[in-house]
Design a protein around this ligand. Structure first.
Ligand code: ATP
Ligand code: MG
Length: 300
């Protein structure tokens, strides 16, 4: 079976800036995939190349087995892209924009599906509103709707939740999750790492046009992040010498320890007890993707 997305040896320079420095990536059908990286890492460039909007210097990209250059129309037809930039035509209503977008793909009589999309993105009440009268968050919803009009099996969302309120964000993720359950492949870029952690089964981290980490979300969390223990001692208590070497430092009057797993906590507590120290407050932090991200970027 063809992967939903195949990217092989893709490079791209803008003048002296190397936006993509040799990217290889395969995303299987049905995955919920996260593409993460700091500003300027090359995420949008890669997505634009996939949509045939940017011509690469080398390499190949295919959507559902269709090369995005040689077989452009078939590839584009199978891909829905929610762009990062808010681009819209100010002269049309929401519904008209979606009808026009359907027309680009040669689809007529799309009203039932358009209604369903509008409903799911909570846009029904705005269907006849002119695009220029919408707030930023509303415009972004329309961009999501536009990406879906031709029922593409592969959906790429480039920071779909930037500037979107909490309620819609939840609704949007509910909808995207449903599309994923129905078999759609989802690729997502976001700077909200908590979102990526909750949604994505697998994640690639991009830095300066290169993939510097690629694994399941669970493995990334396991490999690069541990538990953090924050310990506040009762006034007048000093940290025992044995533990001083283990601590990562002090923050807000609390000692911070980095642990591989929960068992490490027992040893620390035993040392404290043996030294006759009393503890005021203790807090255990779980591994999170933000920590993973920072470590990977430091290392990459
Ligand atoms: N059309 C262009 N002309 C010149 N340089 C560009 C162009 N598009 C992107 N770049 C450069 O390519 C690099 C990658 O940009 P890209 O937009 O792909 O990053 P990104 O990972 O999407 O970042 P962000 O998180 O800020 O959206 C950056 O250095 C950017 O300045
Ligand atoms: Mg971008």
């Amino acid at each position: 079976m063809n992967p939903a997305i195949r990217i092989e040896g893709v490079t791209k320079c803008f003048g002296s800036v190397q936006a993509l420095a040799g990217v290889d990536l395969e995303i299987a059908e049905g995955e919920f995939f996260g593409l993460l990286g700091p500003n300027g890492a090359g995420k949008t460039t890669l997505i634009s190349a996939l949509a045939g909007l940017v011509r690469t210097d080398a390499g190949h990209l295919a959507v559902m087995g269709h090369d995005v250059v040689a077989d452009y129309r078939a590839a584009r037809r199978r891909l829905g892209v929610v762009p990062q930039e808010l681009v819209f035509d100010p002269f049309f209503s929401v519904r008209e924009s979606l009808e026009i977008q359907s027309g680009y793909f040669g689809i007529r009589d799309n009203a039932a599906w358009i209604d369903e999309i509008l409903e799911n993105l909570d846009l029904t009440a705005k269907a006849d509103t002119n695009m220029r009268q919408l707030s930023g968050g509303m415009k972004r919803r329309v961009l999501v709707a536009q990406a879906l009009v031709h029922r593409p099996p592969v959906i790429v969302l480039d920071e779909p939740t930037a500037g979107v309120d909490v309620e819609l964000r939840q609704a949007l993720w509910g909808f995207i999750r449903r599309l994923n359950r129905d078999g759609h492949t989802i690729v997502l870029t976001t700077h909200y790492l908590e979102e990526a952690e909750n949604l994505c089964g697998r994640i690639a981290m991009l830095k300066q046009g290169r993939i510097v980490a690629l694994d399941t979300t669970a493995n990334l969390l396991r490999r690069f992040s541990g538990h953090t223990l924050r310990l506040r001692l009762a006034p007048g208590n000093g940290l025992p010498e044995a533990l001083r070497a283990l601590t990562k430092g002090e923050a807000d009057g609390a000692y911070v320890f980095s642990l591989e797993n929960c068992e490490g906590i027992e040893g620390i507590l035993a040392d404290l007890r043996n030294a006759g120290c009393s503890v005021d407050d203790i807090e255990v932090g779980k591994p999170d993707l933000e920590e993973v991200f920072l470590r990977v970027m430091e290392r990459g």
